[in-house]
Design a protein around this ligand. Structure first.
Ligand code: AMP
Ligand code: MG
Length: 319
């Protein structure tokens, strides 16, 4: 068995990556399982570790906009506007890939998902290695994404050599993914950037992806704890309906009187959903260790960041 170490040795992390190995890295969204995106064998290791289906493409992380030009071509004007406004940050754009990006990274599509992450350690790592790093979230397929090094350790102890310690993730939820089919800016995944801010930047409404177009990786069941989750609007009703079970509750900005407060986590106290978004995965990880029979989650107001939070809670509740 491999010994898994958590540490802040960037040079060691860089050395492992340059030798074709997988390293867990911090980003401002969630922790990622990173490998050299130009090496198909290294990329394959990520799929194996995550038990991720081969039709679920990976996001490529690069140091700066020069690197975006290096690996993609014909970048739409609106993609440039978004990159300028939100990079480095939790924005992923789908762009035409150059041949140097192997098909294993993109599930053999012509577009690559590319992002400039904001976390300082990972920016230094990208600089030192000079590599584009393919890095999906560092969790087994369908499980909750990690927002601390400890979450990663629990899931990959004995399977990877190194976890780069970068503290708790700032955003705590995945990046917002925007594609440009036929030059129409399209939302592929709601994420850490409010959709309204994206629309303001490009001056048009986002399309939702064409149902006919294959949207890889958007599996219905995802982000799921082992404990069953029910995401609902009326938590009181579900608590009564499931009386007799040991229930944990994830609420938004008010506790329910139907259960002791010890069984509840309130994600936000105000209408600002940033804090709730930040705590969402850590809360689900924690709740999953408490051996409840059932977790009941309250759906958020369906605007702003609530769209992304509800997307994750709804997927967590799919069996
Ligand atoms: P993760 O890295 O685990 O956050 O997941 C990356 C997600 O990005 C995938 O599940 C896809 O939904 C999306 N994605 C990556 N590449 C593409 C692409 N070329 N076209 C459409 N969606 C993509
Ligand atoms: Mg993921």
């Amino acid at each position: 068995m491999i010994k898994t170490v958590i540490g802040t040795d960037i040079d060691y992390a860089a050395e492992l990556l340059c030798n074709g190995e997988v390293v867990a890295i911090p980003t401002e969204t969630v922790y990622g399982l990173a490998a050299n995106a130009l090496n198909p064998d290294s990329v394959q290791k990520i799929y194996n570790l995550k038990n991720r289906p081969a039709d679920n493409p990976l996001i490529v992380h690069v140091a700066d906009i020069e690197q975006v030009y290096k690996y993609t071509y014909d970048i739409p004007e609106q993609a440039l506007k978004l990159l300028e406004k939100f990079s480095p940050g939790p924005l992923t754009v789908l762009l035409n890939k150059k041949d140097i990006i192997p098909g294993t990274v993109t599930a053999w599509q012509d577009t690559v998902a590319i992002r400039i992450p904001k976390h300082t350690l990972t920016q230094v790592l990208l600089d030192i290695t000079g590599l584009p790093l393919a890095a999906p979230s560092a969790n087994p397929f369908t499980y909750i994404s990690p927002t601390t090094s400890m979450h990663v350790f629990k899931m990959f102890d004995g399977k990877i050599r190194y976890i780069l310690e970068g503290g708790a993730c700032d955003a705590g939820i995945e990046s917002t993914i925007i594609g440009f089919p036929n030059n129409n800016p399209t939302l592929y995944r709601a994420g850490a950037i409010d959709i309204a801010d994206i629309e303001k930047t490009i001056g048009v409404k986002l399309n939702m992806p064409d149902k006919v177009t294959r949207t890889p990786g958007m599996h219905k069941k995802h982000y799921s704890p082992f404990t069953p989750v029910l995401t609902v609007d009326d938590i009181d009703f579900e608590i009564k309906r499931n009386s007799g079970l040991n229930i944990g509750v994830v609420t938004y900005n008010a506790y329910t009187d139907e259960l002791p407060i010890d069984n509840q986590v309130m994600l936000g106290t105000t209408d600002d959903m940033t804090v709730a978004m930040n705590k969402l995965y850590a809360t689900l990880h924690d709740m999953d260790s408490k051996r409840y029979d059932l977790i009941i989650a309250k759906r958020f107001p369906a605007n702003g960041l609530g769209v992304a939070i509800n997307d994750r809670l709804d997927r967590a509740s799919k069996q």
